[in-house]
Design a protein around this ligand. Structure first.
Ligand code: AMP
Ligand code: MN
Ligand code: MN
Ligand code: MN
Length: 280
């Protein structure tokens, strides 16, 4: 088992635990190096760092940026970023502003099929109003009995072709990778199997990402099957990408993996942390 977890969420985005509770849980579960990677926001890092410093766990400054690439939504994790870097801060703010507008469109779509009050309902589940997202709508839908849990919501609602879907234009891949790299961080393609890309499109994504300065992909992530782990380990080696691992933990009972439950990277992968100092 690895004691490194480089992808998780707090109440700053769509996680269920505050940064403090999240770091405490990581410590309890034996994690030695943790990256907090909230969606489109770095506001949880100060609090997480204070707790991490007191608890003898290494905290990596992280973020998960929502990107639109060829009409698809792709998530890019930034590790070791400088959260004070101006263009990164401004870029994230502009993504967050777009989220409020999208939330109104999602609510209007749900309204059309008779699900009323979802905007206020979703906001009740949000930690920070500025980071409203589909997970908060999903929690509202569970609360009102439209699905048994958050995972089931995403089979029936909020995705392309289903009620409650609202198309949205996120940041450009070039911007997101640029903000991360220019602020001193490393850009990582999050959960690559989730996009269900064909061989050629995946090749194009890897190519575009690399040309822009991207250097790593997630190999271990909760949504990858063991076969997908091996598949993307091979992709990492063939494309000279570093390999990352993270639980993508959102909260107790809502995630496939808990913090600190990750298997080792397959042999032959070069870990994204290979040249970091003090990594256990
Ligand atoms: P958003 O960035 O607002 O579009 O919301 C995306 C978030 O929704 C992801 O980060 C997950 O937390 C959640 N999500 C998306 N698809 C699923 C799924 N199939 N099961 C559980 N959560 C999902
Ligand atoms: Mn999420
Ligand atoms: Mn993601
Ligand atoms: Mn995530």
């Amino acid at each position: 088992m690895l004691n490194i977890d480089l992808h998780c969420h707090s109440t700053i985005s769509d996680g269920l635990l505050t940064p403090t509770l999240l770091v405490n849980r990581a410590v309890q579960r034996g994690v030695k190096t943790l990256a907090l990677t909230d969606h489109d926001d770095v506001a949880g890092l100060d609090e997480a760092r204070q707790v991490a410093n007191a608890q003898n766990i290494q905290l990596i400054n992280g973020v998960e940026i929502s990107v639109s690439w060829r009409g698809r939504t792709i998530h890019i994790v930034g590790l070791g970023i400088d959260p004070e870097y101006g263009p990164l801060k401004e870029g994230l703010k502009s993504i967050r502003d777009g989220r409020s507008q999208r939330a109104q469109s999602i609510a209007a779509e749900l309204d059309r099929i008779g699900i009323k009050g979802s905007l206020e309902g979703a906001y009740k589940h949000v930690g920070e109003r500025r980071l409203i997202g589909r997970t908060h709508f999903a929690r509202f839908l569970v609360e009102y009995g439209y699905a048994k849990d958050v995972k089931s919501v995403f089979k029936k609602y909020l995705i392309k072709g289903k009620p409650g879907y609202a198309p949205h234009e996120w940041a450009a891949l070039s911007d997101a990778v640029g903000w991360i790299c220019e602020s001193g961080g490393r850009a990582v393609i999050a959960h690559p199997a989730r996009y269900k890309l064909g061989k050629n499109v995946l090749k194009d994504l890897f190519h575009d990402f690399r040309v822009l300065g991207g250097t790593a992909i997630e190999v271990i992530t909760a949504s990858h099957t063991p076969e997908q782990v091996l598949h993307f380990a091979q992709h990492a080696q063939e494309n000279n990408f570093l390999a990352s691992c993270g639980s993508d933990f959102h909260g107790p009972g809502e995630s496939y993996f808990d913090l600190g439950q990750l298997p080792n990277l397959p042999a032959g992968c070069i870990p994204v942390w290979h040249d970091w100092k003090n990594v256990a």
